[in-house]
Every structure is written in C-alpha cells, then in structure tokens.
Design a protein. Structure first.
Length: 574
C-alpha cells in the first residue's frame, strides 16, 4: 500500500534529486532519445521558428520573466523587506518617487539613525541610485516597489546580448535557462536586494561591444555607454573591474587594422560615447553633491567615513580613528559583524578558505548541478577567441571580488551575461555529440531545461519550500532565519495604518538582540509619514522626540530575547 511521504522524506527526495543532477540529466536524455525522437524534432523546429524572429524572442523572454517573477510573488510569498540593504533601497525608491534626489537631514535624526542609511548631511540611502530607481519605477506606476524588480528581471537585455554573440536559437535558449535558474525562486526576483539591474548594465556593455565590431554605429556606442552608466550606478566597483577588459578590447580594436577609418570611428563611436559618458559623469557628480555636498564623494563613501573604521578591501589596514556610535546596534554591525568578515580574510589560510566559500556560493547560485557539464566542455572551446575573452573578463571580475572582505552573488551580476554565454557555447558543443546513429548531444541539451523545470515542480508538488531547492545558497538564509520579525513588523504597520491618527513607535532592544532584525526604518518624508519608527534613548531624549511629534499616538515596542515583540502605549512624558 502506498503511504504519504513525510515532509522529511520529501525533503530528502528533492535533495537527492538535485544531488544526482548529471545522472538524472543523462537518464532523461536517453529516455527522450529512445521514446520521443520525432516529438523532439518537431518541438525543435517550432523553437527555432520563434527564436529566429529575434524581436519576438526578446518579447517572449521579457514577458515570461516578468510574469514568472510576479506569479511566484503572488502565489508563494509576497516580498517584504528583511535585509538592511532592502530597507535602504526602499528609502531611495521612496525618495525618487517623490521627485527628490535626497531628503533634508531631520532635526531629530539621531532617533532615526539606522544601518546602511545616511542621516547626515542629508537623509538617504548610502547605495548608488540604480536599484532605487528601479524600485521607484514600480512604486510610481503601481504603488508597489516590487513591480520594479519584476520589470528589471525581464531578460530582454541578456537575450539581446546573447543574440549578438551566438545564433538566435541559442540566445533564446540561454535566456530561457536564465529565467528558470535566476528569474523565479531567487532573491534577485523575490526581494528588493538587487542583481537584475546590474545584469542589464553588463548585458548592454558586452552586447554593444560585439555589435560595434559588427556594425560600428552611434546606436551601439550609445548602448555601450548606457551599460557603463548603469554599472556605475548599481555596482560601481565590480562594474569598473569588468569594464577594464571590455575597454581594453575596444581600444585595441579601434587601433587595429580591422576597424573602419579613423574618421568613421571618431564620428560613430568615440564622440557619441565620450559625450554620453561626460553627461553621465556630470549627473553622478550632481547627485553626489546634493547628498554629500561633494561631487566627488559618493554617499557610500560618506557613510563609511562616518560609521566604519574598517575598509572594504582585505589588503588595507583599519583606520586609526575613534567613532562614537549613538546606538549599540549600529556599533555591533560595523565593529563586530563587518569586523568578523575582515578578520576572516586575514592570513593566507583564512583568505584561501573564505575565498573558496565565496567561489562555492557563486557556483551554487549561478550554475549548480544542471550546468556542471560546462566545466568539462570549456577546454574544448578554447580556440574560440570570444570564449577566451569571456573567460578572461569573468576571471578578472572574480579576482576583483576576492579583494573585498565579503561577497554576495549579486556583486557578480554585471558578469551574468558572460556566464550564460559560456553555458550556451558549451551546450552548442554538446549538441554535436553523436553515439553511432543517435544524436545524444541533442537529447542532453533538451534534458537540461526539463531537469530545471522538474526542480521547480517537485518541491511544489511535495509541499516544500521551493526556494530551498531551486536556487539555495548560504545567501538565501535570511529568508528562512529572520522572517518572523519582519512579518510581525508588516502586521503592526498594517494594524496602525487602519487607525485614523498618526503614530510614533519607539523601539527598545534588550541586550542580546539580533541586529539582523532591525525595526527602525522610515519613509523619505518622516514628518508626514503615517508611522514613524524611532530608537529608545534616555528618558529625556525620548520626551524631546515625543514633544516634537506632539500630535501622534506614541507606542513603545520592546523586543526581549526569546519573546514576541510587545507593542504598548507610552505615556511617560505626561
């Protein structure tokens, strides 16, 4: 008699299915080859017919990525901010959606001071504006910033880049595989943390680079410049690292005999690109000046100068300055958490071990079992100069990332298109494999998207969390380790918004509080916000704040270790 599978058995089953991925792919390939040969041929003809209509392919990829991301959010888990960075990006989105570049420093700013947010000299996110602008687009159009994430997940730019590097049908396949791997159950599409916008920048950069070689005209030069601009305003460090080989290649090509006459390249490439980059540089300088008062000082640098005694790079020494933190939680983040990352990279053995951890998580996020075959195929592709260029570019990016004391998969987002180019090139090589009269390579290629789809369907069918199986990594842990407090915070916001008056919530953390669970984040316009979150300070300072917001209903939220947060009225100043 069949018995219902327990949750533990179901989890083991999914885990084993993923662990033996290459074997599963081989079994699927053999089954397809023996039983469905004609159907595969007919399906391939239909696929090619769609893919070779490049515009149609771009539209389909964009629609599928957008609808896929939206469907997952609507059916499984509506994204709510959990990570400090998410709240910071949402602040930027709220600021931009109000038609501002930044917000004036609040007179009571010390009560609202929080992690990864600049409170002085102005009030805004510490991060570059790219992700915030994407979220602001969603907020302006629909009232929901997550819609901006869904728009940015539309893989049109990646598909366009691949169309410039490989035949149309392979570009279409690569973009679809990317949707299955990164566009559904991934924090790139189901959180506010970022990744997709920088991917667009990298795709425009490398797609336009290849297009310039084929057709040196103004539109391609402007698209290349747009890619650089997006990278500079999303992942400036990684974007700079990755732009070095691209710029080197472009310069080498411009001075080579293969390029058009100098007058043509000057008119079509050099001048349009230079003018665009000059305008972008002025705009970035103006943005910096509005926030920090210095066109050469980015908000992130200003924030680091205020709060961080450590540096971002492993080979630099800590700053010799005394920082007087106003709140223990902020001190703990910068001195203990970031300090632990810094110490984890010190010494050769620590550096090697931590670098291996970074590389392991990059591999798990971008490739994992379905694409392990490319490791074995890549040596056979070394004769292709574009493969060598892609490998060199991504190698430079990884080396640059290893110089930073910590790393997340979205840091490597600018090079995502290069990964999928290498995947597609490997699949093209595999496609040509034959075993006597059987086109075994064709069936292996067909089996990979089938495997990816199975990996999505199985956890859902077994009522498991698909996030833990489709694209799991260490970096997904915040979704499962810290959701209760963020859910509680959203419920409190919803509860207080239903009441007619405005509210002031003073948050009191008890010793031992987990600083990852940060409650104190506010809207761009604090004074007019329905709910204002503030930190518990001395009784005198609390009363000063309460008197400032004299028309608000005042609450205190206490968070004791091991207990649910309690929300009670606060009237100690009366």
């Amino acid at each position: 008699m069949l018995t219902k599978m327990t949750s533990l058995e179901a989890a083991d089953f999914c885990g084993n299915f993923k662990a033996i991925g290459p074997i599963v792919i081989a079994i699927i390939a053999i089954t397809i080859g023996l039983l469905f040969k004609n159907q595969v041929t007919n399906l391939e003809k239909l696929f090619n017919k769609i893919a070779y209509k490049k515009t149609l392919g771009l539209i389909l990829v964009g629609v599928l990525a957008f609808l896929g991301s939206a469907t997952i959010s609507l059916l499984f888990s509506w994204p709510i901010p959990v990570i400090h960075d998410e709240f910071s990006y949402l602040l930027a989105a709220d600021t931009f959606s109000r038609g501002r570049l930044t917000n004036p420093a609040h007179p009571m700013w010390v009560h609202f001071e929080t992690i990864f947010v600049l409170s002085q000299p102005t009030y805004n996110s510490q991060y570059p504006p790219g992700q915030g602008l994407a979220l602001a687009l969603g907020q302006v159009l629909t009232g929901y910033p997550i819609v901006g994430v869904w728009f940015s997940m539309a893989r049109v730019a990646v598909c366009w880049m691949l169309q410039a590097w490989v035949p149309a049908r392979w570009a279409f396949l690569g973009a679809l595989l990317m949707v299955l791997k990164l566009g559904l159950f991934s924090y790139w599409s189901q959180s506010y943390w970022g990744g997709a916008v920088a991917t667009i920048g990298g795709s425009l950069l490398f797609g336009a680079l290849r297009q310039i070689v084929k057709q040196p005209k103004k539109s391609n030069a402007l698209l290349l410049g747009l890619g650089l601009a997006i990278l500079a305003n999303t992942r400036p460090y990684e974007g700079l690292i990755l732009s070095l080989p691209a710029s080197g290649f472009l310069i080498f090509w411009l001075i080579s005999k293969k390029s058009p006459p100098f007058k043509q390249t000057l008119k079509e490439i050099i001048l349009p690109l230079s003018i665009l980059l000059f305008i972008v540089t002025l705009m970035m300088g103006y943005y910096n000046w509005r926030i920090t008062g210095n066109p050469l000082l980015m908000p992130y640098q200003a924030s680091q100068d205020i709060y961080n005694n450590l540096t971002t790079f492993i080979w630099t020494k800590p700053k010799n300055k005394i920082i007087n933190y106003n709140h223990e939680e902020i001190r703990f983040v910068y001195e203990d958490i970031i300090g632990s990352f810094y110490r984890s990279n010190q010494g050769l053995e620590n550096f090697v071990n931590f670098s291996l951890l970074k590389l392991s998580n990059l591999f798990s996020f971008f490739l994992d079992m379905p694409f392990t075959l490319i490791i074995f195929v890549l040596p056979f592709l070394a004769r292709n100069s574009w493969v060598r260029f892609a490998l060199l570019s991504y190698f430079v990016l990884v080396i640059g990332m290893l110089q930073v004391i910590w790393s997340y998969p979205h840091y490597a987002a600018p090079g995502t298109c290069l990964i999928y180019f290498l995947i597609v090139q490997s699949l093209r090589k595999i496609y040509s494999w034959r075993l006597r009269k059987y086109f075994i390579g064709k069936f292996i290629v067909c089996s990979i998207p089938i495997y990816c789809i199975c990996l999505i369907i199985l956890p859902i069918a077994l009522k498991l969390d698909p996030f833990m199986y489709v694209n799991p990594s260490f970096w997904e842990l915040p979704r499962t380790s810290f959701p209760s407090w963020s859910i509680k915070r959203e419920k409190i916001i919803s509860q207080l918004k239903r009441e007619p008056q405005q509210h002031l919530v003073i948050v009191k953390y008890w010793p031992g509080h987990n600083v990852e669970a940060e409650w104190v984040y506010n809207e761009a316009d604090i004074d007019n916000a329905k709910i204002v979150w503030a930190r518990f300070m001395t009784p005198e300072k609390n009363c000063e704040l309460i008197n400032y917001f004299s028309n608000r209903k005042v609450w205190i939220l206490e968070k004791k270790i091991g207990e649910e947060p309690s929300l009670t009225l606060y009237n100690n100043c009366k």
